[in-house]
Design a protein around this ligand. Structure first.
Ligand SMILES: [Zn+2]
Ligand SMILES: [Zn+2]
Length: 185
């Protein structure tokens, strides 16, 4: 169980201080950051020692956790002041930014651009369409300038959720979201 030989939460990368599972024995602890409980939420896969199924499960948890706004789960203990989710996720090899909107920081669930190819998708939050509004082939610097501009207009327009067909996630926070892409307001 390679992913479980570490004391980092396999979902969010938080340092748990103990192994989530030890030889098919769950720790029974709940990650205060993403909320997964080892031995309950992953019981079936962990007990079977099925690392591939576990990795799948953790990936799904991570995705949902990110979609729901990357929130600290434990209501009783506040998050440490030093909490840096981008770095924390990097610790388990997950680059958060890859699937965040480069304009507004919302979790897209896809990469805006992959190599030189645009996704052609629209960000539900700020409304930019990748490959159309940011059409600068082979020029990621040019695109960065477009993003900065678009962001400025979005912020000045009151940071409104643009999509009519899809609602923002519960507790959606545009300022926190921007922080994830390194923009402090
Ligand atoms: Zn976690
Ligand atoms: Zn966006």
């Amino acid at each position: 169980m390679q992913t479980l030989l570490s004391e980092l939460c396999p979902v969010c990368g938080y340092h748990l201080g103990t192994l989530p599972w030890k030889h098919r024995e769950p720790s029974g602890i709940r990650c205060p950051c993403c909320g997964i409980e080892f031995g309950r939420d992953d019981w079936e896969q962990g007990e079977a020692g099925d690392t591939r199924a576990l990795a799948d499960l953790y990936r799904k948890w991570r995705k949902n956790w990110i979609i729901n706004g990357i929130k600290w789960s434990d209501r009783e203990t506040p998050p440490p002041a030093s909490l840096n989710l981008t770095e924390q996720l990097l610790g388990i090899g997950y680059t958060l930014r890859t699937e965040l909107c480069p304009v507004c920081g919302v979790y897209l669930g896809f990469q805006a651009w992959r190599g030189g190819v645009a996704s052609d998708e629209i960000c539900q939050c700020c409304g930019i369409q990748f490959g159309y509004h940011d059409w600068e082939p082979d020029d990621s610097l040019g695109r960065q300038a477009i993003y900065a501009n678009w962001r400025l207009r979005w912020v000045e327009g009151g940071m409104r959720w643009r999509s009519k067909s899809r609602k923002p996630p519960d507790g959606w926070n545009s300022i926190e979201q921007l922080r994830l892409i390194g923009v402090e307001l």
